[in-house]
Design a protein around this ligand. Structure first.
Ligand code: CUA
Length: 183
C-alpha cells in the first residue's frame, strides 16, 4: 500500500485503538483540561492578568485626552526625545499612548493610590509589559484599554513592548515611576 492508493481500511475511526495511542489521548486531554481551568484560576489568584475594560475609540479622541493630561500635569522632560513626565493627581484617570516606537508620556504615580490606567495604540498591535512585575496587557488599535490598578511599591519600573511591531520594536521601551505619596 502506498499513499497514492486509498487505504485498504477506509474508515480510520473503525480501527481498534492501540493502548499507547489511548494513553496519549487521555494524557493530552487531561493536560488540555488543566490548562483550560488554569485560565480562570490565574485570573482570580494570579497577579499578572489584571481585569480590564475596553472601549472602542479613535486615535484622535484618545490623543486629545492624553494631551490634556500632559498639558496640565507635566513635571519635567526626559530622554533625548524630550518625553514629558506626568504626575497626575492621585486617584485620577491616567493615559498612556503606544505608538511606533514609543510609549508616551512617562507616568509618575503615587504609591498606595488607585488609578485608572488607560492604554491605547495609535497604529497597530503593541504589548504593554511592566517589568519586573511581569504585568502584560495586549494593546490593540481602536480600543481604549482601562486597568484599575494600585501601585504597591515605590520604584522605577520599565515598560517594554512585547508584541513584535516592526524594525524598531526593540527600542520601544519606557519607564513608569512610582513615588512615595506626598501625604
Ligand atoms: Cu511596539 Cu513592539
Amino acid at each position: 500500500m502506498s499513499a497514492i492508493l486509498p487505504p485498504a481500511a477506509k474508515y480510520w475511526w473503525k480501527q481498534p485503538l492501540d493502548r499507547v495511542e489511548g494513553t496519549w489521548i487521555v494524557i493530552a486531554l487531561t493536560w488540555c483540561l488543566i490548562m483550560f481551568f488554569m485560565m480562570p484560576y490565574w485570573h482570580v489568584y494570579g497577579k499578572q492578568n489584571l481585569s480590564n475594560e475596553a472601549y472602542r475609540t479613535t486615535p484622535e479622541v484618545y490623543q486629545k485626552k492624553t494631551q490634556e493630561m500632559v498639558d496640565k500635569y507635566t513635571v519635567r522632560k526626559e530622554t533625548a526625545q524630550e518625553i514629558p513626565v506626568v504626575h497626575p493627581p492621585a486617584g485620577s484617570d491616567v493615559y498612556l499612548i503606544a505608538r511606533l516606537w514609543q510609549w508616551w508620556p512617562i507616568l509618575e504615580l503615587e504609591e498606595g493610590k488607585t488609578y485608572r490606567l488607560h492604554i491605547m495604540s495609535m497604529d497597530w498591535l503593541h504589548g504593554f509589559s511592566l517589568q519586573p512585575e511581569n504585568i502584560n496587557i495586549e494593546v490593540h488599535p481602536g480600543y481604549e484599554h482601562i486597568v484599575t490598578m494600585t501601585p504597591t511599591k515605590a520604584d522605577n519600573y520599565s515598560i517594554i513592548c512585547n508584541e513584535f511591531c516592526g524594525v524598531n520594536h526593540h527600542t520601544m521601551a519606557s519607564k513608569l515611576y512610582v513615588v512615595k505619596s506626598a501625604k
